[in-house]
Design a protein around this ligand. Structure first.
Ligand code: FAD
Length: 488
């Protein structure tokens, strides 16, 4: 008898779920979510992530039960949990989605693969984004993305038959997992993901392009789908197709314009994830190895001064009000718009001259939408260690002038600004940037760095052909000459 096990990971939904559909063909089927100690103990994990997960699992478990599929929730190391389920219930097939995750999840997948071969369990994995496993070349990648995103969505499966006597597990609470309660509780789960998408496509996205850069307006005009995409409560294909339909059918030209900008970013999501898939070590190593050792914390511990700068940055007390306001908003809400994320990283990398790894881990814990492929690629881009992108150095003063001209945002998050309680600027901007540019351009201008940049462009760079029709291409980025800096 075939017994199928659906292993839920970052795909907490019913709709457009290939693993569920495949399991429906087995004579008996059930599902599991494994809460892995490797995840809970990882430097990237925060109770806010676990909370969002549990609140997404709860409605999913009910929906699955109605369809005859019990969802078990187990705490433990993946191979041990899977093996105990195999022994108890005679699992013959394992179905899951491919995951492009941190090193611990990659190592776990290798162990599960070995286990499945030894035990004769057929493990089938399905793609759920535009990321291509074992990609040989980036040529044609964008066309493949379109092909996947325009393929028919998978119908909701029904009619599962569970193994005799099996009941869904009770979900653990945060306290039972040894975690503190979380105050931040944005709507979680599949229904919330669809509500969020509908609100955005139905008009919320009208001012998207115009207002996405200011931290004052961005929370209202951005889609806020990122955590849902990261936890898979909605599929990228569902979002893409619904967006294209909305663009086609709306008579509101402003809305269509906003949605086109949004649509192209969906492709970026997968473009950045592909980088981690192709090169897992970008999590901890510079993409441009010629820049190794440049900053404190790269390849070894940093000293007390760097630690003090890092602590001030994490705690939102750098004496740069726009930086501190953004950090405080992020820590309190779990979300920040793209431009302000980039500014925070640029400040850590150039003004504070810190290697990106520790700031990246801290931000990973704050971002509810932590998605390793996007995150580590962006951390490196905004720190100037990809070797191929123009250096973007964000001036907090200019950002405040452009995006918070009346100081409303800063007053909201840094009420003590302008009083004796607020610290002086932690560094002098001019001196700090001169130091950073001299050091970085000195190394980027070498012939070794230039040769390396060509190889990096070939491996990770985006190509121009085969883009979706609605996609606005990001401007082509060229390697700046030494001495050129781009101040934003
Ligand atoms: C240093 C840094 C780290 C980041 N880390 C993450 C992360 O861990 N997870 C994450 O989802 N995004 C990350 N981003 C990208 C971006 O800031 C967020 O995707 C976006 O702010 C999420 O809000 P939203 O869903 O309302 O986005 P929208 O603007 O509404 O965009 C819709 C979707 O498009 C994708 N997207 C948008 N912008 C980008 C981008 N620049 N690169 C790749 N995909 C994009 C996301 O999936 C997003 O949900 C990071 C950006 C920076 C600068």
């Amino acid at each position: 008898m075939s017994v199928g096990l659906v292993w839920f990971k970052r795909d907490l939904r019913l709709r457009d779920h290939a693993a569920l559909a495949e399991a429906a063909r087995c004579e008996r089927a059930f599902a599991v979510f494994i809460i892995e100690p490797a995840w809970l103990q990882s430097f990237e994990c925060d109770p806010r992530h676990v909370d969002f997960l549990l609140r997404s699992l709860a409605p999913l478990q009910i929906e699955l039960k109605q369809r005859g599929l019990p969802l078990l929730v187990r705490i433990g190391e993946a191979v041990q949990v899977l093996e105990s389920l195999r022994r108890q219930w005679g699992v013959t097939h394992l179905f899951s989605h491919e995951e492009t995750g941190p090193a611990w999840s990659y190592a776990r997948d290798i162990s599960v693969n070995r286990w499945s071969r030894i035990q004769g369990v057929q493990w089938q994995e399905f793609p759920q984004t535009g990321v291509v496993r074992r990609l040989r070349s980036r040529d044609g990648w964008a066309a493949r993305w379109v092909q996947r995103m325009e393929a028919a969505q998978i119908a909701n499966p029904v009619g599962f038959r569970a193994p005799q006597g099996m009941q869904p597990d009770r979900l653990p609470t945060l306290t039972e997992l040894g975690l503190p309660e979380v105050r931040l509780q944005p709507p979680a789960g599949e229904a919330a993901a669809w509500d969020t998408l509908r609100a955005f496509l139905g008009g919320g996205g009208r001012d998207y392009r115009r207002a996405m850069s200011s931290p004052l307006t961005a929370p209202e005009v951005c889609s806020r789908l990122s955590a849902h995409l990261a936890f898979g409560t909605i599929s990228m294909r569902s979002v893409h197709q619904a967006t294209e339909l909305a663009i086609e059918h709306t008579a509101d030209r402003e809305l269509a314009y906003g949605l086109r900008g949004f649509s192209s970013r969906l492709r970026w999501h997968c473009h950045f994830m592909q980088k981690l898939e192709d090169q897992p070590d970008i999590e901890w190593r510079n993409v441009a190895r010629s820049l190794d050792g440049l900053r404190p914390g790269d390849g070894g511990p940093w000293g007390v001064e760097a630690q003090a700068r890092f602590d001030a940055w994490c705690e939102g007390r750098t004496g740069y009000p726009m930086i501190d306001a953004c950090m405080r908003q992020l820590c309190a809400t779990g979300w920040l718009n793209f431009r302000m994320r980039a500014m925070l990283v640029s400040f850590a990398a150039y003004h504070l001259w810190l290697h990106w790894r520790a700031p990246g881990l801290f931000l990973a814990r704050q971002f509810l939408d932590f998605e390793p492929g996007i995150h580590w690629s962006q951390m490196q881009m905004q720190s100037g260690t990809t070797g191929i992108n123009t250096l973007r150095i964000y001036s907090p003063t200019k950002q405040a002038r452009d995006h918070d001209p009346l100081g409303e945002y800063v007053r909201r998050w840094v009420p003590e600004f302008g009083t004796a309680a607020y610290p002086d600027p932690i560094v002098d901007e001019k001196t700090a940037l001169k130091y950073a540019k001299d050091a970085l351009y000195g190394q980027r201008g070498s012939s070794t760095a230039r040769a390396e940049a060509d190889a990096i462009q070939d491996r990770h760079g985006s190509r121009k052909s085969g883009l979706p029709s609605t996609a606005r291409r990001p401007p082509r980025q060229k390697m700046p000459d030494p001495g050129q800096g781009v101040l934003f």
